[in-house]
Design a protein around this ligand. Structure first.
Ligand code: NI
Length: 181
């Protein structure tokens, strides 16, 4: 299948799933597909700058990356629609809610590190996309924590994609402008 067709199939599936929950981009009234397409855009721009990058795989994971964590989608459904490589990648990028909350990000990072560098790249792209002006009601403490989490993602997964690692490092520094202390 052509990359464009894989993209269309994945974005339609993911949009419908997130719409079932009327999910919005955090702190906005924008439909969640804006977040998904921004992550996919980062991947499309990083791909030609990355050797041996499997864009067909990565673009599907980018668009589907929040379906297990945020919607009713079952692992088996992802597996039958998009194959086990994509389903396993989305699973690694999802929090395991059976793990204590404070450990969920590190647990997901550890599972991601066992998979292809394209999966690492999607986590980097996800955080790049999320390091935009934070919701107004976020305290400085919460903003600092978010920035600190981004530094952990960069240090753990940055070697998976140097193009996106550079971009994330810049976004982390810029995010400091939204923190007053
Ligand atoms: Ni996301």
């Amino acid at each position: 299948m052509e990359t464009q067709t894989l993209y269309q199939n994945a974005i339609k599936f993911a949009t419908a799933k997130h719409e079932e929950k009327s999910q919005k981009v955090k702190g906005t009234e924008l439909p969640y597909v804006v977040h998904l397409s921004n992550v996919a855009m980062e991947i499309l721009i990083a791909a030609p700058a990355t050797e041996n990058f499997n864009l067909d795989f990565a673009i599907q994971v980018a668009l589907l990356h929040d379906t297990l964590e945020d919607t009713q989608t079952e692992f088996s459904e992802l597996e039958s629609e998009f194959g086990s490589d994509v389903a396993n990648a989305v699973n690694a990028l999802s929090k395991n809610k059976a793990v204590p909350k404070a450990d969920q990000m590190n647990d997901s990072i550890a599972r991601t590190k066992k998979l292809q560098p394209e999966v690492w790249a999607i986590k980097l792209a996800d955080r790049i996309t999320n390091l935009q002006p934070p919701p107004q009601n976020w305290s400085d403490e919460k903003r600092l924590k978010y920035q600190e989490q981004a530094r952990i993602i960069l240090s753990e997964l940055g070697s998976g994609n140097s193009f996106l690692a550079k971009r994330l490092a810049i976004k982390i520094e810029e995010y400091g402008n939204y923190i007053s202390k």
